[in-house]
Design a protein around this ligand. Sequence first.
Ligand code: HEC
Length: 142
Amino acid sequence: MDNSKIRCFVIGALMMFLFVSIKTQAQNVENGKKIYETRCLVCHQADGGGVPNMNAPLDGATNVVGNDITRLVRIIKYGFNERVELDGLYYSNSMTPNPDLTPAQISDVLSYIRSSWSNKATKVTTVQVQQGIKGSQKTSTK
Ligand code: HEC
């Protein structure tokens, strides 16, 4: 192979790699959207705005776009009923647990809520979810 052929090959391989990684990310969010629509929308609403005093909003929520992935993983998997202050407000409803979602599905739905509406946070990987589940078992008091 001469130099220009090698260059062509390298550029081609790079483009393929980019294409595949962009596609996988989009796939994540697309799957996450479906999970959101079937399991979360009923409480958190299509616009992620929640229901005042009942269901916490996800759009613009500090925790949702924050760095504590373990907490988010734990909330999705085990539910949430702590009546703690979230961005200055309290919510009376209890979030149902989702024990049957796989780590990949949890990463998809978290990636979706972190990058939808006005949220612009990083995606969550399956590995982060697995670490989060492990971490939460160690620290869980329940
Ligand atoms: C039955 C209603 C309900 C469903 C279904 C539900 N949630 Fe929730 N969610 C809540 C409530 C209520 C809270 C706040 C609970 C509290 O304050 O104790 C909450 C809190 C959260 C939080 C934490 C928000 C913050 O600011 O810390 C996240 C993240 C979240 N939900 C994501 C989801 C996702 C993703 C799904 C779908 C897999 C889902 N929820 C399904 C009711 C629900």
